[in-house]
Design a protein around this ligand. Structure first.
Ligand code: SAH
Ligand code: SF4
Length: 346
């Protein structure tokens, strides 16, 4: 396939995704990188990732911290979360992301509310207070409201797959695609910059499914997207079915290609270079940036706990040390999506 033949409709996107020509992929990534620099600039924004807990009430069939997996569980104390946020402030990351397994108990909800208020009060010198993104799964609308009022302004909730049939195949029967979608619309209506995304290269997933994921991001009008390759975890039901899925090399290539295609489809959004890329290639996130992504989430979870946040196999320990020397970093800023700012007239 030739880059000049690429069309950004369902058929064209699916053909580009299915294409296994390395020269096409390289040309596509190069073009997407140029579009990124021209549209949102060369800067990469950092979000210090704090993995607050691997306790989860859900049982997603692909996930290594699902409820039914026997693994060491942990929950960071408020002091530990705040210490990590202070590190983010000192290093002028601009923002943090608090991510974790889904919990709906009152104690956890109140803890997040207190943390949000405390993080917003951290002294950042001349920079704005830290921006906070939450990624804590599906919650009742009132909880999303409470957290928004306490200072969270972005929320990341992946649709995981925009194809309801595939969604059903990778989740237990008590998980609902419609509820997921409702949660995404609740977040949006409350005023969050609502990010979503899907896994790439899953069992049962077709090129058309992936094309539909890209079109879903566009139609949902998401200001930010965090998508990444599926990485099998050996003890999950999805892996144990033995259903085939693309090789590591192919999933990595697909991960970069999806970033590049999305940058062409919606040029002014924030696109994260996911941690899952780094598991497949030691410079995975940097290659994500060179394919059109503009957000990186350096992990600032205390190391002893980070290793237990085992969503998938071979999750390596990651620090931002080397990578920030090789990219242009937008230090001390929230790095909100240009797309969202344009829409909201500020
Ligand atoms: N519990 C929250 C946030 C933590 S999970 C939630 O589910 O939204 C964060 C993301 O990890 C999920 O959205 C999922 O896309 C990803 N993930 C889980 N298992 C994975 C796997 N085996 N390979 C790749 N990504 C995975
Ligand atoms: Fe829980 Fe999120 Fe894993 Fe699902 S993907 S089991 S909600 S941590």
């Amino acid at each position: 396939m030739n880059l000049s033949e690429l069309t950004l409709d369902r058929e064209g996107l699916a053909a580009a995704i299915a294409c296994e020509d390395a020269a096409f992929d390289a040309a596509l990534r190069e073009k997407a990188y140029r579009v990124k620099v021209d549209t949102v600039g060369p800067e990469v924004y950092l979000r210090g990732l704090i993995e607050i807990s691997n306790n989860c009430v859900k049982n997603c069939l692909y996930c290594g911290i699902r409820r039914d997996i026997r693994c060491p569980r942990y929950e960071l104390s408020e002091e530990e979360v705040l210490a990590a946020a202070h590190v983010a402030a000192q290093r002028r990351f601009g923002s943090v992301v608090i991510q974790g397994g889904e919990r709906t108990d009152a104690a956890f909800i109140r803890k997040i509310t207190r943390l949000l208020k405390a993080i917003k009060a951290i002294d950042t010198g001349d920079d704005p207070p830290l921006g906070v993104t939450l990624s804590l799964g599906e919650q009742p609308r009132e909880v999303y409201e409470e957290w928004f009022d306490a200072g969270a302004h972005r929320y990341l909730l992946r649709i995981e797959s925009s194809n309801p049939d595939l969604y059903r195949k990778i989740h237990p029967s008590d998980h609902s695609y419609d509820r997921r979608l409702r949660a995404l619309y609740d977040l949006k209506e409350i005023g969050y910059q609502t990010g979503t995304g899907a896994m790439i290269g899953m069992p049962f997933q077709t090129a058309e499914d992936m094309a539909d994921d890209l079109l879903f991001y566009k139609s949902f009008d998401a200001p930010m997207i965090g998508m990444g390759p599926y990485n099998p975890h050996p003890e999950t039901p999805l892996t144990l079915t033995g259903a085939p899925f693309p090789s590591a090399e192919r999933r990595f290539a697909l991960g970069l290609k999806m970033i590049a295609l999305l940058r062409l489809l919606v040029p002014d959004i924030n696109i994260a270079a996911a941690t899952a890329l780094e598991v497949l290639d030691p410079r995975g996130r940097e290659k994500g940036i060179l394919s059109g992504a503009n957000v990186i989430m350096p992990n600032i979870t205390p190391e002893e706990q980070m290793v237990k946040y085992n969503l998938y196999d071979r999750k390596t320990l990651m620090r931002d040390s080397a990578i920030t020397e090789r990219i242009v970093v937008g230090y001390g800023r929230w790095g909100d999506s240009k797309h969202f700012r344009k829409k909201n007239f500020y």
